[in-house]
Structures are given as structure tokens and as C-alpha cells.
Design a protein around this ligand. Sequence first.
Ligand code: GA4
Length: 331
Amino acid sequence: MVVLAKPAALEQISLLRTPEPWETFSGVPAVDLSGPDAAGDVVRACEQFGFFSVVNHGVPAGVVDRLEAEAVRFFASSQAVKDASAPAGADPFGYGSKRIGRNGDMGWLEYLLLAIDRDALSEKASRAATSTALRDAINEYVVAMRGLARTVLEMVADGLGVSPRGALADMVTGDASDQVFRLNHYPPCPLLQGLPPSCSVTGFGEHTDPQLVSILHSNGIAGLQVALHDGRWVSVPPNRDAFFVNVGDSLQVLTNGRLKSVRHRVVAGSGLKSRVSMIYFGGPPLAQRIAPLPQLLAGLPLYREFTWGEYKKAAYRSRLGDNRLAPFEEP
Ligand code: GA4
């Protein structure tokens, strides 16, 4: 088992003591992408939860398994090897442990954060992914995720009556799109051993994703929780065979609030097994203007226009749990 370095930093990571008992939620919509009204199902799930799983997605299990095995291998390598992949310059890409972003957020995890250029790792990201096998597995996986993001966003457009149907999908799969990929490893937290099971530690603190859409896969170990629209936090039952899709802030704005980005977080436990997740974040080109689509404007726009570059810059100055859209809301 891999043990994270510098466990002393744990005092900066909040222990959650379940002030509210969260339930395992059986109501996460599972959208069958090959179903007769998949577009309607996607839109309903995005409206109700901002979150859903997809089945019959067409992504071969081998693509997922190969990357998961390489991710486990990477995180099991020596701390020196992983530290050699830590970010060098101003950008946040590379290996990180416990520190999330630049403004003091901490979580019980280690990760590899990578920039994607079109359909493969960017040149810099290629250096951070240490082996050829890991790079190949990520590149293969990212191609599948771009395809899935495209399918989902075309269905969103179809379901909402936006034309052309590629209007949203093109934003995340165009040549200049700002795509990010992250591998997360949440080892069991030794300090929780002997404490009641109601104790858990923050793995990744609550937040919404700034992009249009994020697609997550995990290795069947629980930990992901989402906030329902009534504010209740629920645990998402893991499913190795599905992908989980999150609506991000940018899609919320483009749909003038009809689809809502979902607040989510990960808690680490004391169990024996690590949680490993891989997430593709579909963002638009930096110059892309983000504003409610005219076709979806029944009344007044709820947000003022910004570029993805502006929003991203503001996001990187924020704390994880901040409401990043608040400054862009129309009064
Ligand atoms: C949340 C979604 C993605 O994981 C991410 C995160 C980014 C980071 O880890 O560097 C951020 C976070 C995320 C939003 C606010 C800022 C930036 C950490 C943070 C405190 C890669 C992203 O794009 O935004």
C-alpha cells in the first residue's frame, strides 16, 4: 500500500464528523446512451441533479482497465519519482500531494494533473507522466472521453433544442479547447483507524467544476458525495462499469441556469483499499465567450458575459469551496 509522504500536514485537512448523516443515494439517474430518449434523459438529469451516470457508453473496458493499472503503478512508485513530476513553473500541472490549487486547500490525496492538447497529452504533461505505458494509456483514454463528452453535449443540445447540435460539443472538442485531465489517488487514512465509521477525512473538498462538463470514472471504492438541489449531501454508490458526468459552471451559464453545476466532494475513509479516480474536464478555448445562449433566453440573462480565460483566471484565485459564479451574476 502506498503511504503519502509528510502525514504531519493532516492537521490542516478537516476531519468530517458527519454533523448530517449522509445516505447512500440510489436516485442518481443512470442514462442509457443507446436508449430511445437518451437526449431527454440527459437533460432531465442535468436539470434535476447536474449529475448522472452513463451506461451503454461504448467505451471498451480495456481502455479504462489499462489506465487504471498504469495509474496504480505511477502512485506506487517512489516519492522521489513522483516529486520529479511536480509542477515546475507557474502552471499547476504535474504531480501534487495534499495541496489543491494555490490558496491553501488541502485534501487527503495525491494526484497527477495534466493538460490535454487536442487529443493527447500536451508536451509538458507528457514529461510529467513518467512512463510510455502511462502516456499511451492516458492518450487512449482521453480520445474516448472526448468522444463521450461530445455525445453528451450533443444530447444536451438536442434535448434543449439548441442548434446546431454541435454548438456546445464544439466548444470542448475544438482544436483550441482547454481540456484538463486528472488522476486522483485517495489512500486509506491511518489516523481514522480505531475511530467510529462515521468519521472521515476530506479527500477533495466540496466544489463545483468550472468547465462545461466533467467525466469521472473510479475503481469501485466509495467516497464521492454530491449535494442535491435541496442542499442534502448524499454518497454516490460506486459503479466501475459507468462513467459519472458533472455539469460544470460554464454549462450553467450557457443554459442561463437551466442546467446547474453540481457541488461535489470526496471523503477518504479508513478502509483497506485506495480510491483511484480519473476525470476528464472539458473546457472551451480561452477566448470563448461564455454567456447564456440566445436560443435559451426566455427572460433576462442571469449572468453577464465573460471569456473562459477570464473565468479560469478568477477560478485559480479562488478557494475550492467558493461560489465562483457569484461575481458574474446579473444584479
Ligand atoms: C476543480 C476542477 C478541476 O479538478 C480543476 C481544479 C483546480 C486545481 O486543482 O488546480 C482548482 C479547482 C478545480 C477550482 C478552483 C481552483 C482551481 C483548485 C482551486 C482551488 C483542475 C479545475 O479546473 O478547477
